[in-house]
Ligand binder design. Sequence first.
Ligand SMILES: Nc1ncnc2c1ncn2[C@@H]1O[C@H](COP(=O)(O)OP(=O)(O)OP(=O)(O)O)[C@@H](O)[C@H]1O
Ligand SMILES: [Mg+2]
Length: 482
Amino acid sequence: MNSSSLKHWLLNLLERGDSIRCKDYEKEIEALKLKLGSKHNKVFITSRDKIIKVIDEIKSEFGNIFTEEVIKCYVYEELSLGELTPLIMDDNLEEIMVVARERHVFVYNRLRGMTPTQIFIDEEKIRKLIGKIAKYSGRKISNASPLLDARLPDGSRVNATLQGVSPRGSTITIRKFRREPLTITDLIRYGTLSAYSAAFLWLAVEGMHSRPANIIVIGGTASGKTTTLNALSSFIPEDERIISIEDVLEINLAHEHWIPLETRPPDSEGNEITMDDLLKNALRMRPDRMIVGEVRAEEALTLFTAMNTGHDGCIATLHANSARETLNRLRSHPMNVPDIMIPALNLIVSQRRQVEKGKVVRRVFEIVEISGTEGNNILTNTLFKFDIKSEEIKEVILSGRYIEELSTLNNMRIIDIKTEISRREALLELMVEKNLNSRDIHNIIQLYYNSPDMAMNNLIHSTTDSGVIMGRSGNRRGLLGI
Ligand SMILES: Nc1ncnc2c1ncn2[C@@H]1O[C@H](COP(=O)(O)OP(=O)(O)OP(=O)(O)O)[C@@H](O)[C@H]1O
Ligand SMILES: [Mg+2]
């Protein structure tokens, strides 16, 4: 470790040194529990706002009897995730990781990356927390079945393992849910996409009313695949019926006509509902759009069968490091997609997480299209590529198979399609400048489909950091309206 990273490490150790030692207040917490009676029976809260609200409520009732530390400890220990609660409330953290008993709990800080905290949890407590999470999600974890995928009440995704399979102690990994999902304009602002490449993807997702592209977003762990999938899905027109399928719900859309489906692990009788089951079922639900979070196994074949039988505009994620690797994975076990089906996929959007000048950055480094097959070879075109010099993803050649298809279907010249992309680029740039919230971005995009000029005008005349632009209800829904 060099001296600067050692300094960071130490700073972070100190930074978390002020967390309350709730063990010191056990008696007072019991007394407060007695006073509250059954008021919080079965309450489990993990969202920052709700935690603060409950603390304030108790403070206003019992603040003259109990100190703030005691009230906070009651809420953390009894209603939330104990020592992990201050971490779950911290918006700067992406991930919270209990790695083993009595070891530093680690966090992944948005700016600084992986850092240890001064929090240590014993095995009994880790198990208690896992039990609480499993119970909330209606899922089972036991020595016989020691793995858990679940989510917290605020929508955060959780994985847990018991000591039987993680010998250094049971583990918890929490991918924190963002209260405000990252939008397409955030991705442009953070340099993940350029406004032009985002405008191209907008055109592809929507498909100019004629031919939405089938897209797979790929990348390594935590490279931002699901986030990009979510941001791209926001381009789907409101009049289309969307069905999303995930192991644990993470996708969060503003669309009214959206049905999220979630897999179910086997219960004691072995009843399991897999991604493939849900995808097959979704095909019987008259979907206009199918969104699949993380294609891993046989559902790939179902997805490609759907794409090959007229279901356009499917968007999915897949764990792979390059377009080539994606194609290899799709064509081999357990996905087993026959070569002949592969060209139904239009675009592979490759993303990665990297450290640049000491900061963590997510970059879409390549957008590749499948242009056809030649014998056993799958042919591809690189449409966009990340340019190290300008630190921006740049067009390589746009007019490949997909744009040509759009040109034929819409009876438009390629140059006119490019003009349309540029028009959307200008709108996106303005949305970035105006710093719109996700609801307003959704409204502008949907308005654009009815009247591009009106969308541009509304945007030009809106004020920065605006509220609701279009007069539609400004209700902000969280995941599934929770
Ligand atoms: N473009 C981005 N810029 C900044 N932060 C991002 C970006 N994309 C994602 N993130 C953040 O990175 C974390 C991981 O993102 P996400 O869940 O989308 O990754 P993933 O590739 O789907 O991960 P996994 O492999 O675990 O499914 C989240 O906390 C998310 O908010
Ligand atoms: Mg993901």
